[in-house]
Design a protein around this ligand. Sequence first.
Ligand code: SF4
Length: 257
Amino acid sequence: MSSNRLSKKRQSRAKSNRRVAHGFKHSYSESDYRDHLVAECLPHFRTIRPRLLTWFRQHRRDFPWRRTFNWFHLLMAEMMLRRTRADQVLPVYLEFTRRYKTARSAGQADSGELDELFYTLGLHWRSKQLRSTIQYIQDNYNKRQPRTNLDFQSIPGVGDYSSAMIRSRLYGDRAAAIDSNVARFFARVSGLEPHPENRRNPYIIQLADAFVRGKYVRDLNIAIVDFAALVCLPRRPLCQSCPLRSYCATGKKNTSK
Ligand code: SF4
């Protein structure tokens, strides 16, 4: 192998080690260390899970897309919620679901009519994307509804997060929906350093996968979303009043000062 190729290989290995380094302070095998950390967190999860669900039953946010089992409406809500606040989505979702009960009826609507409705979400590219999502569903899922991760991810605009959120809600699949807010929650609970790319960190993914399981799997993803929005806030988490503080690495640190 030429020295040039060798050097490129080393550079790429160093780069990948650096990527891992923000989360893993030790140099031994990444997967061994990850397994070790996850194993340390699992006993806490047995307590955190029911506590989180108890909190959720008392404080959950009520949105119409959380009450529906119409898969098309649920999927459209997830699409609309991307990078948009729930209060902005609410009137658009209500009007959309009032007008269109199925992808077929939405697909037959005049594109100007849909654009007018979606423009109020504030992002103009969104309207085009939502229309192509509707068109794809109309063409491919007219007679059956998507079931697997592969089905959902074949739909334009649907990624890991939306697929997991919808499947857990509709079918009770053990699928963790991880965005940056959910990743922040798991990073704090486990004591991992904050990082903007934590949602792609394999350790966070392993933790979230281990957490989203059990009888109440339909509620767990949205419970974490609400908890991250109302308690485990991005800048100033409310650790002093948090019901998970005794089981959370960051909570213990913040409340012992
Ligand atoms: S104790 Fe603090 S950091 Fe931990 S989950 Fe609660 S609010 Fe978040």
